[in-house]
Design a binder for this molecule. Sequence first.
Ligand code: CDP
Length: 228
Amino acid sequence: MDLQDISPKKTVVIAIDGPTASGKGTVAQRVADRLGFHYLDSGALYRLTALSVLRAGIAEDDVGAIASIAGSLPCSFKGGSIFLGCEDVSEDIRTEEAGNMASKVAAHQPVRDALVALQLSFCQPPGLVADGRDMGTVIFPNADAKIFLTASVEVRAQRRYKQLLEKGVSANIDILRKDLEERDRRDSERKSSPLKPAADAVILDSSDLGIEESVQAILDICMMKNIR
Ligand code: CDP
């Protein structure tokens, strides 16, 4: 018998990275659903860390304390909801405050290191769609497909604005655009795992694409790589 016949099947990984409000979350989740793969929302782990830091009143430069929180997050993902211990924090981690704090804590290498094992644990057969900033560059450098999903600042600010209004949260588009540009700059200029496309990533600009068109474009890329 050929050894390959008895060796465990490799878990397929699709890495989807990109800047804030590029639509990655929704698109990546739908790609995972269509392929029957698991889904890792790595940003949620940074947001969970940020929420815990905010609640505990820890200073944003107390790297040791933040890394210790990140390394022992009592989190679980159940049916689309995200829990910290027994508490459903799906809504609480999506506030702009938690997002901005997530981007700050994510700049510290010890915090990033503390979250590596948890991220790798999501890589289960038959496959994983991993969404974040450094999925294709750092966490899954051997991913079978790498996509860098982006869109213009204006389009991303509009998307975030619409998203907040739909949730009944009032928002100011100019402040949102400014926050978004600041987050882009912080994520791209930091020393640890800066936001940048992997050398072998396909860059997908979704400024003129709807969610389903983006999903289809990624499924087409997967198909070309024999992932289905
Ligand atoms: O929803 P949005 O795209 O704004 O952000 P997110 O994916 O939930 O991530 C929140 C923050 O976590 C980002 O601004 C990044 O600074 C950080 N992050 C990261 O550094 N590395 C990742 N793999 C995922 C998120």
